[in-house]
Design a protein around this ligand. Structure first.
Ligand code: ADP
Ligand code: MG
Ligand code: MG
Length: 497
């Protein structure tokens, strides 16, 4: 959207409209450790005053490939041999990966021993594939930044963000109104909840044939979806919007449990069902939906890891399973981009469409490709970003800082990082509103396409596979990183050009 012909007063009017809309619709971070019962203190989410202009073909490209991506990651999570080959070697140098791998192995052993009918074969994936739009030689293509398989955020708020821009447009605050476009109607909230609902129904069908003798849910209570959240979560509104939709549209109840309260969960040995002992009653848990658990800090002691294993072993459907969590690591993304790696999982048109989204990636080890990577990292570092196996923003090393980081690490640890070509995306301009102040920046937009899948982890059969809307984050070109919660970026919505 053209934004260069607005005067100060017009921007002020737009800012006020956006601020009030944001407050009225939960585009807020809640500070003050609500899970601990403190008073709510809300801060408006940083947001753009105008929607981001995204080339239509680049958006269609990524929306169209999402179901193939959902299938791909479901298949990777099912392929334990593949995960072992590529991830086990790096567990030595990465504590978090080591812990996850250990749990994964223990869970596989458990599954061998348990009665087959008490095994949970279904998994729920709520995925988000992130892209930057790259332009070279006149061709516009979306290149994948990363694929997220755990705790993907902003599905809730992005729907509100699209509504905010549409409201500004319909109120006549934009010089040229937005056109309603079928492609950018954001289905994120309903889409995510519809995926959860599909897994929920499958759980209930399976669980009703399995009696529980030792433990019981409160009389007349239905199984719940359990949101596992951080102890001091700021991004509550994003999660709550999903909870409201779950109960409002799908009649599915949910509860939130902070990591430090996880010992309120008990797995019944007899039925293998998972129960949540809330002071107000005991609930059977149909789905454990992790909105935390992706960082080492989320597990302050071995107790949290033990409980994650108990959850994994239980009959509850996990979003994600540990295998799916592992599949989302950056190492796997890099391996997939090596020639012919993708064929193991997808072929034909789907394979081509996925390949088109790959940026160059390299391991940093003694393979031929790894040697190439090391040379590029040391000699052409300006064109690259180096990433550890971490999530949540702020972990990457860019350009000229790469050689210093490499030189500071023992060589054997290099392989626990990947090297990725820096994606040069089309800059545009937008106003970013933080608090009361809107400032104009040269910006880049990172699109995230959401998808959900419910699949059988043994047969790979899909019960449900679909798109679930999008998110758009906009950051000043001067900042490398793109996280909204970490303060690098702002939320936006998409206007196709
Ligand atoms: P995280 O899991 O921590 O979100 P990402 O891979 O998404 O890790 O990297 C964080 C941010 O760094 C991205 O949102 C993006 O802004 C920037 N970034 C990551 N990879 C690239 C790349 N290849 N080219 C340009 N920017 C990148
Ligand atoms: Mg990530
Ligand atoms: Mg990211």
């Amino acid at each position: 959207m053209k934004i260069d012909n607005y005067n100060t007063q017009e921007i002020e009017e737009l800012s006020l409209a956006a601020r009030d809309y944001a407050t009225a619709h939960g585009l807020l971070f809640v500070d003050g450790a609500q899970e601990k019962g403190d008073t709510n203190q809300a801060t408006q989410v940083p947001l753009t005053l105008f929607p981001s202009s995204i080339p239509r073909e680049a958006f269609i490209q990524v929306v169209s490939v999402q179901k193939a991506y959902n299938k791909l990651y479901a298949k990777i999570a099912n392929d334990l041999e593949f995960l072992k080959t590529h991830l086990e070697p790096i567990t030595k140098y990465d504590k978090f990966m080591e812990k996850l791998w250990d749990l994964h192995t223990k869970h596989s052993d458990f599954n061998e021993k348990i009665k087959p009918e008490l095994r949970q074969r279904l998994a729920l994936g709520i995925f988000r594939s992130d892209y930057l739009v790259n332009k070279d030689d006149q061709e516009v293509t979306s290149k994948q930044v990363e694929f997220n398989t755990i705790s993907v955020s902003f599905g809730g708020l992005s729907k509100m963000m699209a509504n905010l821009h549409f409201y500004c447009s319909s109120s006549g605050l934009y010089k040229k109104p937005m056109e309603l476009d079928y492609l950018t109607v954001n289905t994120s909230i309903t889409g995510i909840c519809s995926g959860i609902s599909s897994a929920y129904n499958a759980y209930c069908e399976q669980a009703k044939g399995i009696p529980s003798k030792n433990l019981h849910a409160a009389e007349g209570s239905e199984p719940i979806v359990l949101f596992v959240v951080k102890d001091s979560e700021r991004n509550i509104c994003d999660q709550r919007l999903l909870e409201y939709e779950l109960v409002g549209r799908f009649r599915i109840k949910s509860r939130r449990v902070a990591i430090r309260q996880l010992n309120q969960l008990v797995r019944d040995n007899e039925s293998n069902k998972l129960y949540y002992n809330h002071p107000n009653g005991t609930f059977e848990v149909a789905i454990v939906y992790y909105r935390s658990g992706y960082a080492l800090d989320d597990y302050p002691s071995n107790n949290e890891w033990d409980i994650r294993l108990e959850i994994e072993n239980s009959l509850a459907i996990k979003c994600p399973t540990i295998a799916t969590h592992l599949a989302g690591s950056k190492k796997i993304q890099q391996v997939l981009a090596e020639s012919n790696a993708l064929e193991r999982f997808v072929q034909g048109e789907e394979q081509k469409a996925i390949e088109l989204t790959f940026a160059d990636m390299y391991p940093l080890n003694d393979t031929a490709r790894g040697q190439e990577g090391i040379k590029l990292a040391l000699e052409n570092s300006e064109d690259f970003v180096m990433k550890p196996q971490r999530e949540g923003g702020g972990n990457n090393t860019y350009g000229k800082d790469i050689p210093d980081l490499l030189n500071s690490l023992p060589k054997e640890e290099w392989d626990s990082y990947i090297l990725m070509r820096y994606i040069k995306s089309l800059p545009s301009q937008n106003y970013i509103l933080k608090g009361r102040v809107a400032e104009k920046y040269d910006v880049v937009d990172e699109i995230g396409i959401l998808g959900t899948i419910v699949w059988n982890t043994e047969t790979a059969e899909e019960l449900n596979n679909g798109n679930a809307g999008y998110i758009c984050r906009t950051k000043p070109v001067s900042s490398h990183e793109g996280g909204v919660a970490t303060g690098y970026a702002s939320l936006s919505s998409i206007d196709l050009i």
